[in-house]
Write a protein that binds this ligand. Structure first.
Ligand code: NOJ
Ligand code: MG
Length: 538
């Protein structure tokens, strides 16, 4: 055997990532907001759950206009979360448990309170002026082009003092950096080095496909498919404001730096169709990010037929060396249980953890937090506050983790910054931990199966034709072949005919049923899938 085939895959290919939204994971100091010491106190929960890496949404000093995605200092910790010494303690505690820690790098923009921007806006002659994107008004007056901010309104903010506009793809409190400026670029590479040197295992890179804009800042074309229930941003096609060739160059530089440190991972937040997404892997000679995030499971209609096509298309789009990845929830998306319902949230768990590719779980999805109504006077999400009528609020996915049935669900000693899920007295970690048929127990089972069966993590994937409502595929590695069948509907359905099965096959050994223990055992290969049931079979 040659050495190549003996080489074991990197940890981020076999591992499962768990996203923590630090404001809402665990409060330790009684201010109603989660913090680093709180996260440290819950690490054993994550070990027991069976994940491999933790990604923390931003923990850096920030005025919190966009809850940390407006960074005022890339190399420190916001006092609300702790301090650098506390971070080092957390990192050590993570590593002691054999876990990895990823930070959220926000390269597209800073806070308007970042010292760089304060200098940049001080005068047109300031040496940091061009670290951001400043332009004169359009010839007839008004903003330099037609670009629309992701949070609504023009992407340009007028600065009366220096008589120019600056660009912001998100809030006006989040001015866009100018990645064409060599000094800015070097300063940001220094930020990555700062954290790599401290020992972090990688980064999730916020809106990576945004970081470079068309040099001439041409108008974006009108989107003919826009309808009023969509965001203002979607009125335009972001042709000139995102996914520019030069952004790929920067991704390759990030990767070269990460590779220099060895065994680190870069996850690029990139929301694009498959053909464009695949380019973010780069080439074997000049790789870009390890993981260009695949949002399809979040964006796709939840039905077997369309998911099967989506999975096939995505797999087909990957370059030979490109490793896939999957996600069903995040701090920006509607909760999976709210979107597909409780019964299907269990099927979604099985799908996420049996597809080929690195799964990222989002805190709270493992206990099935569903829709959390946020009273209007408690809305905090700036996107929701600016575009209240289209139901895009992100607060409902950012509510605190309910740990137990004590006051404030064990999250805090005081009323938390966002309300808890209304059903927290019964839907909490402790209750589900005690119930072997809970969603949490299902997640633990699936994660432990994934750890024990290489077919589930690194195995090949073969999609299988199946009856209406059923999504089925095989995963195989070495001699092991596992078969997965998921019923996405609420009628019983025949199990698919797995053509690869030998004719004299023994009945299927059910390694896991989403319906819980009593359903696991043996089942004839021509048996049925119960409504909303998912099976892993051997
Ligand atoms: C994507 C982040 O996930 C989101 O929460 C944030 O508002 C934007 N990027 C801007 O940084
Ligand atoms: Mg706190």
């Amino acid at each position: 055997m040659d050495c190549q085939s003996q080489k074991s895959p990197p940890w981020w290919e076999t591992g499962v990532i768990y996203q923590i939204y630090p404001r809402s994971f665990q409060d330790s100091d009684g201010d109603g907001v989660g913090d680093l010491a709180g996260i440290e106190s819950r690490l054993d929960y994550l070990v027991d759950l069976g994940v491999d890496a933790i990604w923390l949404s931003p923990i850096f000093p920030s005025p919190m206009a966009d809850f940390g995605y407006d960074v005022a200092d890339y190399c420190d910790i916001d006092p609300m979360f702790g301090d650098l010494a506390g971070f080092d303690r957390l990192l050590e505690a993570v590593h002691t448990r054999g876990l990895k820690l990823l930070l959220d790098f926000v390269p597209n923009h800073t806070s308007d309170q970042h010292p760089w921007f304060i200098e940049s806006r001080a005068s047109r002659e300031n040496p940091k002026r061009d670290w951001y994107i400043w332009r004169d008004p359009a010839p007839g007056g008004g903003p330099p082009n037609n670009w629309i901010s992701d949070f609504g309104g023009s992407s340009w903010e007028w600065d009366a003092m220096t008589g120019q506009y600056y660009l912001h793809a998100f809030l006006k409190e989040q001015p866009d950096l100018n990645w064409r400026h060599p000094e800015l670029r070097e300063a940001m590479m220094g930020v990555l080095r700062f954290w790599f040197d401290r020992g972090v295992d990688g980064f999730r890179m916020d809106v990576l496909w945004h970081i470079i804009k068309d040099a001439a800042l041409r108008d974006n074309p009108i989107n003919p498919d826009w309808t009023p229930n969509r965001t203002q941003r979607d009125r335009l096609i972001q042709l000139h404001s995102t996914d520019q060739p030069a952004a790929h160059e920067i991704a390759a530089e990030f990767r070269a730096l990460a590779d220099h440190y060895g065994d680190r991972v870069l996850i690029g937040e990139i929301s694009l169709p498959n053909d464009r997404l695949a380019r973010w892997y780069g080439t074997p000679d000049r790789p870009q990010v390890h993981v260009p995030v695949n949002f399809h499971l979040i964006e796709h209609a939840w039905n077997a037929e369309s998911l099967r096509h989506m999975i096939a298309d995505y797999e087909a789009s990957l370059p030979a060396f490109g490793w896939p990845n999957w996600v069903v929830g995040s701090h920006d998306a509607k909760r999976i249980a709210a979107r597909v319902g409780e019964a299907q949230a269990r099927v979604a768990a099985m799908l996420l953890l049996t597809l080929r590719g690195t799964p990222t779980m989002y805190q709270g999805d493992e206990i099935g937090i569903g829709e959390v109504p946020i009273p209007r006077d408690r809305v905090r999400d700036p996107q929701d506050l600016r575009q209240p009528d289209i139901g895009i609020g992100r607060d409902r996915s950012r509510t605190p983790m309910p740990w137990d049935d004590s006051d404030y669900a064990g999250f805090s000693k005081v009323d938390p910054w966002l309300p808890l899920n209304e059903d927290w007295p019964i839907r909490n970690v402790t209750t589900q931990h005690q119930d072997c048929n809970s969603l949490l127990s299902l997640y633990r089972t699936l994660l432990s199966l994934r750890r024990r069966h290489a077919a589930l993590s690194i195995g090949a994937l073969v999609l299988v034709d199946s009856a209406e409502d059923v999504l089925a595929f095989e995963r195989h590695h070495d001699d092991e072949r596992l078969r997965i069948a998921l019923n996405l509907g609420n009628h019983a359905r025949p199990l698919p005919r797995f053509a690869s099965l030998p004719t004299d096959a023994h009945p299927a050994e059910v390694l896991c049923s989403t319906l819980g223990e009593p359903h696991s055992a043996f089942r004839p290969w021509d048996g049925v899938l119960a409504p909303n049931e998912g099976l892993i079979m051997r």
